[in-house]
Design a protein around this ligand. Structure first.
Ligand SMILES: *[C@@H]1O[C@H](CO)[C@@H](O)[C@H](O)[C@H]1NC(C)=O
Ligand SMILES: *[C@@H]1O[C@H](CO)[C@@H](O)[C@H](O)[C@H]1NC(C)=O
Ligand SMILES: *[C@@H]1O[C@H](CO)[C@@H](O)[C@H](O)[C@H]1NC(C)=O
Ligand SMILES: *[C@@H]1O[C@H](CO)[C@@H](O)[C@H](O)[C@H]1NC(C)=O
Ligand SMILES: *[C@@H]1O[C@H](CO)[C@@H](O)[C@H](O)[C@H]1NC(C)=O
Ligand SMILES: *[C@@H]1O[C@H](CO)[C@@H](O)[C@H](O)[C@H]1NC(C)=O
Ligand SMILES: *[C@@H]1O[C@H](CO)[C@@H](O)[C@H](O)[C@H]1NC(C)=O
Ligand SMILES: *[C@@H]1O[C@H](CO)[C@@H](O)[C@H](O)[C@H]1NC(C)=O
Length: 364
């Protein structure tokens, strides 16, 4: 049981996939810096620095397809979604985690000017999410960004910093762990919030976080919503029938609507705010329904550990990793993350609204 709750408190996110669209892969709009927030879908090693954190991936087979097969802390066989999005803007991979930059004080000042990754696996929008797994919630990630902004200001001055940040991209992928946590609390009756009350609380907290980032000069938000988390291998496994868990998927869908409402409202109220909202739910559902169209074959089982076993060096490992949607019980493969990034960058309105990420960085 302890094992189960640890595993499911790791976040997850399968994300969106796309048909490769050549014209968008070539055009690389430039952006001064990219700041990244959220959960394990975007974490590139934050949790390695948290001694007590239970949400870690810095061991094999994680990273098996990363350069030198290095397990960096990414919940993936290779590059994760943060890397794949950032690559589309001409970078090699995600900017380093905040803690790893602190650990390299000699290059800190130079590196922060290109961006920082604050994402922490297992974290959520609510401070209570992931609390027992010792991770960094979104609120604290934003506080860390505030420090980095001070450091940039010390280098560039106030005006240039505000200018630079207003043109930078703020990527956020979060929410799945909040829903997992709510579902567990409902099951053990440690919450009596109705689904609607929970969603309202989540929406309000998310809006406060976005407002805080806006107050710190963020203007361009690239937001990835929650995929059909009821269909991840772990949920299919504990569901016994092998089907998707409907309650989780319904919450994910409602969260998308709530987020869209929040963003529409906010961007009409605050000056200069721009956003793109990726509909991970719609895209991932389309892939699960028609994997072959997207170049995938296996959309139910996890490549590492099938779904009934956490991914580590004693788990079973599939050889054809580029054909799997899921790397482990909760997370997408490198191949799936790449398809997701291509959709976010150049996808159509059905998957990313009201504009795609390449259009977002080109707005004034
Ligand atoms: C931080 O840097 C120290 C000294 O270089 C190193 O020993 C340690 O492993 C680093 N910590 C992490 C988590 O990489
Ligand atoms: C984590 O452990 C290392 C080595 O034991 C220690 O140097 C470091 O201060 C600890 N970090 C935290 C945040 O407790
Ligand atoms: C960054 O800013 C914080 C808060 O102002 C400060 O404590 C810290 O020393 C700064 N770090 C660097 C490397 O300048
Ligand atoms: C119920 O689940 C939540 C979330 O996992 C946990 O924090 C809490 O301790 C659990 N409560 C009981 C009574 O088991
Ligand atoms: C839930 O139940 C507790 C006690 O059982 C009560 O104090 C609380 O007001 C109820 N409502 C919510 C929303 O927590
Ligand atoms: C989300 O919004 C769409 C369009 O407004 C609506 O058709 C759908 O029922 C909503 N879904 C949920 C789960 O609230
Ligand atoms: C992998 O995880 C399983 C289940 O938690 C555990 O029994 C096993 O010892 C782990 N193996 C390694 C190499 O960590
Ligand atoms: C998405 O972005 C590409 C540029 O990468 C653009 O050409 C295309 O028109 C956009 N698609 C939609 C549906 O807006």
């Amino acid at each position: 049981m302890a094992q189960t709750s640890t595993v499911s408190s790791l976040c997850f996110r399968m994300l969106m996939l796309a048909i490769l669209s050549l014209h968008c892969a070539k055009a690389t709009p430039s952006v001064p810096a990219i700041f990244i927030f959220g959960d394990s879908t975007f974490d590139v090693g934050t949790n390695n620095f948290l001694n007590d954190s239970q949400a870690k991936a810095n061991f094999p087979y994680n990273g098996i397809d990363f350069p030198y097969s290095e397990p960096t802390g990414r919940f993936s066989n290779g590059y994760n979604s943060a890397d794949q999005i950032v690559k589309q803007f001409g970078y090699k991979r995600s900017p380093p985690s905040f803690f790893s930059l602190l650990n390299r004080s000699f290059s800190f000042k130079k590196r922060i000017l290109k961006g920082v990754n604050f994402a922490s696996g297992g974290s959520g929008i609510l401070d209570s999410t992931g609390l027992q797994a010792f991770v960094i919630p979104l609120r604290e990630q934003i506080e860390q960004f505030s420090t980095v902004r001070d450091n940039i200001t010390a280098l560039l001055g106030q005006e240039n910093t505000a200018m630079m940040l207003s043109k930078s991209l703020f990527l956020i992928s979060v929410g799945s762990n909040d829903i997992f946590d709510y579902q567990r609390r409902s099951a053990n009756t440690s919450t009596n919030l109705t689904a609607q009350e929970f969603l309202d609380a989540l929406r309000e907290a998310y809006q406060n976080h976005l407002q805080k980032l806006y107050d710190l000069d963020a203007r361009k938000f690239g937001i990835v919503s929650i995929p059909p988390i009821g269909c991840c291998p772990f949920q299919r496994f504990i569901g016994k029938t092998g089907d998707c868990v409907k309650e989780l998927n319904d919450l994910a869908k409602s969260f998308y609507n709530a987020t869209e409402t929040t963003l529409t409202k906010m961007s009409s109220q605050v000056v200069g705010m721009k956003y793109s909202l990726g509909n991970a739910y719609a895209k991932t559902s389309d892939i699960i329904d028609n994997p072959f169209v997207f170049g995938l074959k296996e959309v139910k089982q996890a490549c590492c550990g099938n779904g009934n076993f956490p991914c580590n060096a004693s788990a079973s490992l599939c050889p054809d990793r580029q054909e799997y949607l899921f790397w482990d019980q909760f997370h997408p493969t490198e191949a799936a993350s790449r398809l997701a990034a291509l959709t976010l960058l150049g996808g159509e309105l059905r998957y990313v609204t009201p504009m795609n990420f390449s259009q977002l960085v080109q707005t004034n």
